[in-house]
Write a protein that binds this ligand. Structure first.
Ligand SMILES: *Cc1c(COP(=O)(O)O)cnc(C)c1O
Length: 509
């Protein structure tokens, strides 16, 4: 099987490169009389001026170019190959969307410009809101949140505000989440001040209805649910679930990270959800990774629309304007109107695919996941927990527990060995209810040949685990860096997200 070898440069951190006085660009000198004419004291108050020059690396242009080209050669992205990171929907991002978002007529628009001069962008955002409302079956959509988790936070605040308006916020302190939920669900509910109640999954991988009935009460503020859930399984009892929660006065929150497989096929609003977030950077194809950028618009049912953050974009006889006059609004949750460049890409994506195209996205993503699932099911060492006979939607979650018991090779080791074949690893150890989980989401963006190759590579790795486990345990071998220290990389004591932080932690000057 064709192997892969990643470029490996011994590239220092940019702060350790260059020489004093080296320059990549020469700025024209400011004439003496202009310099004298500038009254620094009135331009920048003294207490806001920096005494020392910022400690920036000093390099020539060619050094900078080579540095970043080398780093990019040691990277792997969705443009390099298969990226089956379950739940993250790492689909291909069409370049035309990037092109549109980087047009100077769009890039140079400033949020403080007069409304009359930004009618074009307001129209785009207004239309995008309407389209997303149509796609999710909600009444009004707010584009402001910067990520899914941010949308969840807004959603749980809306829940709180709704119960407050009914004089019940003191009583309704509990938010229910299934045990298959993404970690951001309980985190968001906790941030909004709720207590989290966990409801278990049944043997089909769906919410256990009896358990749900026993946990709901007049203390319930609402339920947060992903559908299809993180096992890739459609919650077939969703109407019953909605009835149970609504009957006791709770609201239903839809975590839209898994919207991809039901695009144009089913709508959360029609399933009974009152609040819905959409992960624009997942479903609507905008580049994401490394924590951003993203967008997590929130759609709501009619009775919640008045609580949405300001400003709202309104259309009045062909003129768009920003409406701040919303007495029931929860206020602002982000500066200005959202992550515009990300939202624009989504607008272009929806426009280029059209309704039929969106439906095809759903169909092919489901077809790909089930095709891959059938092939992977044959591999010795892997099992498919939760009703292995049932088809999945956009993703399938395998367990490597058997393989680990037989050979010592874990899901983590498989993930590392996959990198040697030039394939990105799937999500591992999530959802928490599957031991040694490998969560695989191929999306609609990959050809059959690539899916076949992925299945073959997985087969080869599991076979190797039985034959020569050492080689899998020590993987990767062909990547720019070998196995990293997982604890060091995420422990607050050692994690350094910037050079300044690194120096501080290593007590260097
Ligand atoms: C990605 C994801 C989230 C969080 O979304 P972000 O945009 O990463 O904040 C929430 N729930 C599920 C199921 C997800 O996959």
């Amino acid at each position: 099987m064709c192997m892969f070898k990643q470029a490996s440069w011994n590239q220092p951190v940019i702060f350790n490169m260059g020489k004093n006085g080296r320059r990549g660009h020469i700025l024209p000198k400011v004439e003496e009389d202009i310099r004298n004419a500038i009254d620094l004291d009135s331009c920048i108050p003294k207490h806001m001026r920096r005494e020392n020059l910022p400690k920036l690396p000093e390099l020539s242009e060619v050094e900078v170019v080579r540095h970043f080209v080398r780093l990019s050669e040691m990277n792997y992205g969705v443009d390099s190959g298969l990226y089956p990171l379950g739940s993250c929907t790492m689909k291909y991002n069409p370049k035309i969307n990037d092109m549109l978002a980087s047009l100077p007529t769009i890039g140079m628009v400033h949020p403080y410009q007069d409304e009359g001069t930004v009618q074009g962008i307001l129209e785009i955002l207004y239309k995008l809101e309407r389209w997303l409302a149509e796609i999710t079956g909600t009444y009004e959509v707010c584009l402001h949140p910067a990520a899914g988790a941010h949308g969840e936070f807004l959603g749980t605040l809306l829940m709180l505000t709704y119960h407050k308006m009914n004089g019940e916020s003191e009583k309704r302190r509990e938010v229910i989440v299934p045990d298959s939920a993404h970690g951001t669900n309980p985190a968001s509910a906790t941030m909004a001040g709720f207590n989290v109640m966990v409801v278990p999954s049944d043997e089909d991988g769906c919410v256990d209805l009896e358990a749900l009935k026993s946990v709901v009460s007049e203390k319930t503020a609402g339920l947060m649910l992903t559908n299809p859930n993180t096992l890739g399984i459609f919650e077939k009892n969703i109407s019953e679930i909605a009835k149970i929660v609504h009957e006791i006065g709770g609201l239903l929150y839809y975590d839209g990270a898994n919207l991809n497989p039901i695009l144009g096929k089913a709508r959360p609003g029609d399933m009974g959800f009152d609040i819905v977030h959409i992960n624009i950077h997942k479903t609507f194809s905008t580049p994401h990774g490394g924590g951003g950028p993203g967008a997590g618009p929130v759609g709501v049912a009619k009775e919640l629309a008045k609580f949405l953050p300001v400003p709202r974009i309104v259309l009045d006889s062909e003129r768009y304007s920003l409406d701040y006059n919303r007495p029931h609004s929860i206020g602002k949750i982000r500066s200005f109107y959202g992550n515009i460049a990300v939202l624009l890409r989504a607008y272009a994506y929806i426009l280029s695919l059209g309704f039929d195209g969106l439906k095809e996205v759903a169909e092919i993503s489901v077809l790909n996941a089930n095709y891959l699932m059938k092939k992977l099911k044959k591999i010795k060492g892997l099992t498919l927990p939760y009703n292995s006979k049932k088809p999945r939607k956009h993703e399938c979650v395998f367990s490597a527990k058997l393989l680990k018991n037989d050979t010592g090779v874990s899901a983590l080791n498989i993930a590392k060995r996959l990198l040697d074949y030039g394939v990105h690893a799937p999500t591992i150890y999530f959802p928490l209810i599957v031991e040694e989980a490998l969560m695989i989401e191929p999306t609609e963006s990959f050809e059959k040949e690539e899916l076949d190759r992925f299945a073959e590579v997985m087969h080869e790795i599991c076979e190797e685990a039985y034959r020569n486990p050492e080689n899998v345990l020590n993987a990767p071998h062909n990547t720019a860096v070998s196995r990293l220290d997982e604890v060091k990389a995420s422990h607050p004591k050692t994690m350094a997200l910037s050079w300044r932080m690194y120096l501080k932690k290593n007590k260097q000057k």
